[in-house]
Design a protein around this ligand. Structure first.
Ligand code: DX5
Ligand code: ZN
Length: 215
């Protein structure tokens, strides 16, 4: 069984309160919120006013995934907007360790996100300091992309690193999670499954979340 984090990126932004309330009622554990700056990734998504609006109605923690350059500039502001878990990309952080310390000093859980091309081994020096690894299983920037199969191998490697260090880190899989691959991902060691397209294009999102949740 994994935690389920539906991605707000695939929600209907003109009916955001309705979709947030649907997720409140569902078996979802977290709200996954994707922030894109049009620089680190070739897309722009949402910012502080939208996160605050989600926070006002959400009854579950906000898992905020920053796909932005220089994320350290905004850590405090994301806390104020309502983030409970904050993930920064390793590829966008010159001083990753400092960013992790800043996130924790604000009382949030600290996550590090890694792109599909980034080796798991680069996490070894921070694995004891973080709460979550957001492993991208698509190239970040868009919802609804095809799952990259090499992710399974990376999960096994990360799981090994976590066990060797006796670290308390959750493995979150982000991108292309669907009703075909979710069981295999959980078996490989995923603790959190992000699902955008699979949940929000479903005729019955609540039921789809329950299926993912049952593992
Ligand atoms: C992609 C985002 C993902 C995305 C997942 O850059 O980080 O969180 O919303 O969407 P699906 O589940 O549709 O691949
Ligand atoms: Zn994401």
């Amino acid at each position: 069984m994994a935690l389920i984090a539906p991605s707000i990126l695939s929600a209907d932004f003109a009916n955001l309160q309705r979709d947030v309330e649907m997720l409140n009622k569902s078996d979802a554990d977290l709200f996954h919120v994707d922030v894109m700056d049009g620089v680190f990734v070739p897309n722009i998504s949402l910012g502080f006013p939208v996160i605050k609006a989600i926070k006002k109605h959400a009854t579950k923690p906000l898992d905020v995934h920053l796909m932005i350059v220089e994320p350290e500039r905004y850590i405090k502001t994301f806390k104020e907007a309502g983030a409970d878990i904050l993930s920064v990309h390793i590829e966008a952080s010159t001083h990753l360790h400092r960013s992790i310390q800043m996130i924790k000093a604000e009382g949030m859980k600290a996550g590090v996100a890694i792109n599909p091309h980034t080796p798991v081994s680069l996490l070894s020096e921070v694995i004891m300091d973080i709460d979550l690894v957001c492993m991208m299983s698509v190239n970040p920037g868009f919802g609804g992309q095809k799952f990259i199969e090499n992710t399974y191998r990376k999960i096994t490697e990360l799981k090994k690193m976590i066990t060797e260090h006796n670290a308390k880190v959750m493995i979150e899989i982000d991108g292309g999670v669907d009703l075909i691959n979710y069981k295999k991902l959980i078996a490989a060691g995923a603790d959190v499954l992000v699902a955008g397209n699979t949940v929000f294009t479903s005729p019955n999102p609540i039921e789809t979340i329950s299926i993912l949740k049952k593992g």
